[in-house]
Design a protein around this ligand. Structure first.
Ligand SMILES: C[S@@+](CC[C@H](N)C(=O)[O-])C[C@H]1O[C@@H](n2cnc3c(N)ncnc32)[C@H](O)[C@@H]1O
Length: 354
């Protein structure tokens, strides 16, 4: 393992880190709504993204810093040793909403970026990796994209589990479905791993109204103009537009597209009285389960929407990382802590005896 003495955390390298949804989730120690998501035994030692705005948000929120870099420029043996590689590899080419241009899947250059993960896995052979992508990956390239990607990961020496998870089943006010691919270098880890079980078995999903900022109702800037409403109403029946959200339910999926939200698109919007309004960037971050302490303000609102819309919900990532700890890592961490405690006790005894 790539651990340093005195630190029993597993080291994480994060490709396509964006503003850090996955990275926050895997490290834990944050609050969302009434819950505390405990610190997990992971420490990010290397993070890269080529977007200077997302990385700015990232660097405002984490002690360690990420690099602005194209992952294709990474020389694998220069990546620091790590135990787990993360990669929410770009998804536009697999997305069902990306019909224009048509879905090219792995034939598109952006669809090939997961190969950069494969390259690093081949060279560094970390114990685990976690990849994330849109649901459309399941059907992209007539169903051939996912098996091809899994096959490449297997050729790099990994056993693979994958599963489609819905954020709304894990305490997040959003019906966001994403596929998670978890890779294991060691068969025992693969055998022991279980994806987290939905924690809404009693039917209690977090409602959108729990994360709405009522102060924003008072600010004209978030409301659509009458002209935009008239334009939408002219085509609404035919186009099924005007995606007003039910406050009593989790929100529909939000995406980077919120930066360009219009009433003629498919992005979710709010209805306040008789008027339509868009979400504020902070509300978008709430819908994605970022804690209120996560700061966004150093980049423009458009850039905030993009970074937040692209992110993996930290709470969802926390549940996956926690499941990994419980099924594969917990005993080791506990053993190491017991050993540390024994060493400490011995040292105390020696001092007492002296
Ligand atoms: C789905 S988002 C990842 C979100 C991130 N994992 C999170 O949880 O916040 C994909 C990211 O890939 C980045 N990206 C796209 N092409 C890239 C490239 N060639 N090199 C580095 N990063 C790239 C984008 O800027 C974007 O932030």
């Amino acid at each position: 393992m790539a651990q340093t003495a005195g630190n029993n955390k597993l080291k994480v390298s994060s490709l396509f880190c964006g503003c850090g949804g996955m990275d926050l989730g895997i490290q834990g120690n944050f609050d969302f709504l009434d819950n505390h998501y405990a610190a997990l035994p992971f420490e990010v030692v290397y993070a890269v993204d080529n977007d200077s705005y997302s990385t700015k948000i990232y660097n405002d929120n984490f002690e360690h810093k990420c690099e602005i870099k194209d992952v294709r420029a990474i020389i694998p043996n220069e990546v620091p040793d790590h135990d787990i590689l993360l990669g929410g590899f770009p998804c536009q080419s697999f997305s069902i909403s990306a019909q224009n241009p048509p879905r090219l899947g792995y034939k598109d250059d952006r669809g090939k970026l997961f190969f950069e993960m494969v390259k690093i896995l081949k060279e560094k052979q970390p114990r685990f990796f976690i990849g994330e992508n849109v649901k459309g990956l399941l059907s992209a390239n007539k169903g051939k994209a996912l098996p091809m990607i899994v096959n490449e990961f297997e050729k790099a020496g990994y056993h693979i589990h994958f599963k489609l998870l819905n954020a709304s089943e894990f305490g997040i006010p959003q019906k966001r479905e994403r596929i998670f691919i978890v890779g294991f270098r060691d068969f025992d880890d693969y055998f022991n791993f279980r994806f987290p079980r939905p924690n809404t078995l009693n039917g209690s999903k977090v409602k959108l109204k729990q994360v709405i900022d009522k102060e924003a109702h008072k600010d004209e800037k978030w409301f659509f103009s009458q002209r935009a409403i008239d334009g939408m109403l002219r085509v609404r029946e035919k186009m099924n537009k005007g995606r007003v959200q039910d406050l009593e339910q989790p929100c529909n999926t939000i995406s980077a597209h919120l930066a360009k939200v219009s009433l003629n698109g498919t992005d979710p919007v709010l209805m306040v009285g008789e008027r339509y309004r868009r979400f504020t960037p902070r509300e978008a971050a709430n819908i994605q389960s970022f804690p209120l302490t996560f700061t966004l303000d150093s980049v423009s609102e458009n850039r905030q929407y993009r970074a937040i819309g692209n992110a993996v919900p930290p709470v969802l990532m926390w549940h996956i990382a926690n499941a990994l700890v419980n099924s594969c890592v917990y005993e080791e961490v506990m053993n190491e802590e017991v050993m540390n405690e024994e060493v400490m006790n011995e040292e105390v005894n020696e001092l007492i005896e002296a």
